[in-house]
Design a protein around this ligand. Structure first.
Ligand SMILES: [Zn+2]
Length: 154
């Protein structure tokens, strides 16, 4: 076999392999991209490994000013202050997100079926959404305060 032919075969088998693996990657990976290089270890652990902050630990639980909550990683606008409500759970809670702010996936960890949501722009984890909200939308977006940055309306 000459060199040229060998190269061609190698290239052919590689591309065959990638075609085979592509659907798997598309189905099973959410692309998470760290944009804010100043994130702490705890923030990264929540955003990348879907860990959860301690309840009642976020100063945002008591945030009542008008404004918007942004992604602490990429800065995308996620929640408006008028969607925030006191759920009593110890995590910043919202009745709805801004349109298109999040994407969701079903999460079977901890032995329950929950709906996980992540930033549509950068892909990092933010929290879980439940249907037990005592609000008009019935939704309760249970957010990790460490994933959010509040910007008051000026
Ligand atoms: Zn983001």
């Amino acid at each position: 076999m000459n060199n040229y032919k060998r190269k061609f075969l190698k290239l052919f088998s590689l591309s065959y392999l990638s075609i085979f693996l592509l659907p798997y990657n598309l189905l099973h990976s959410t692309t998470k991209k760290i944009i804010n290089q100043k994130l702490t270890k705890e923030q990264k652990n929540i955003m990348l490994n879907e860990s959860t902050e301690r309840p009642f630990s976020s100063p945002l639980n008591n945030e009542k000013r008008k404004g918007f909550f942004h992604c602490a990683n990429c800065g995308a606008k996620l929640f408006a202050s008028n969607a925030k409500f006191d759920s009593g759970t110890g995590w910043p809670s919202f009745t709805e997100s801004l349109p298109g702010a999040f994407k969701t996936k079903i999460d079977y960890s901890l032995g329950m079926k929950r709906v996980e949501y992540h930033c549509a722009k950068c892909g990092v984890h933010h929290g879980h959404v439940f249907d037990d909200g005592s609000t008009a939308t019935q939704k309760r977006f249970c957010s990790n305060g460490l994933c959010l940055i509040f910007k008051p309306k000026s």
